[in-house]
Design a protein around this ligand. Structure first.
Ligand code: NI
Length: 174
C-alpha cells in the first residue's frame, strides 16, 4: 500500500522517533508500504516519520543501474557506529522537500548497525551514494532534515517554497 508523504514544514518531521521494540506484523507492513511508497515516488530512501509514523524505521535502495537487480532494504533502529574522517559532498534532495536540492557534506564511509525484519542484528559498511542516503534517513529519525545543514537564508527560502506548494496542493484538493 502506498502511503502519502508528508511535506515540510510539518511538526511530525521535527520529532525524534521511538525505537522499534519487536518485529510485529505492523512493523513488517510498515516496511513493505514504505518500500512501495519510495519506489513509486520515485526515491532511493524513505524514513517512517515521512509517512507520519514516529518509529525508527528506514528503507532504501540506492541501486541506480537498471541492469542490476534492485536491493530493497528495511532497517530498524539503524545507528552509525563508525564514520570516516574523509567527507563527501552530495547534491541532496528529499521526498518531503520536493524538487529542492542542495550540497551537504557528510562522512564518505559509515558503518551502520540495525535490526532486520527477522529481528537479527546486521552490520554493514556503506560508501558512495549508500553512505549519504543512510545518514540522511537516520537524520530523519532524529527530526533532522538536509536543509538543517544549510545557512538560515537558504533554509528559509526553501521552507517558504514548500509552504506555497502546500497551499497550492490544499487549494487543488490533492
Ligand atoms: Ni529525506
Amino acid at each position: 500500500m502506498i502511503r502519502s508523504i508528508l511535506i515540510h514544514p510539518d511538526p511530525r518531521l521535527k520529532k525524534p522517533c521511538a525505537p522499534v521494540a519487536a518485529v510485529t506484523d505492523e512493523v513488517r507492513a510498515l516496511g513493505a508500504d514504505m518500500l512501495s511508497t519510495m519506489y513509486a515516488a520515485p526515491g532511493i530512501g524513505l524514513a517512517a516519520p515521512q509517512v507520519g509514523v514516529l518509529s525508527r524505521v528506514i528503507v532504501m535502495d540506492c541501486v541506480k543501474d537498471p541492469e542490476l537487480p534492485p536491493r530493497p532494504m528495511v532497517l530498524l533502529n539503524p545507528q552509525v557506529i563508525w564514520a570516516s574522517e574523509e567527507m563527501n559532498t552530495y547534491d541532496e534532495g528529499c521526498l518531503s522537500i520536493p524538487d529542492q536540492y542542495a550540497e551537504v557534506d557528510r562522512p564518505a564511509v559509515v558503518t551502520v548497525r540495525w535490526m532486520d525484519l527477522e529481528g537479527v542484528t546486521q552490520e554493514e559498511t556503506f560508501d558512495g551514494l549508500w553512505a549519504t542516503c543512510v545518514q540522511h534517513e537516520i537524520d530523519h529519525l532524529n527530526g533532522k532534515l538536509f536543509i538543517d545543514y544549510l545557512g538560515p537564508l537558504k533554509r528559509q527560502m526553501i521552507t517558504r517554497r514548500m509552504e506555497k506548494l502546500k497551499r497550492e496542493r490544499a487549494r487543488e484538493g490533492v
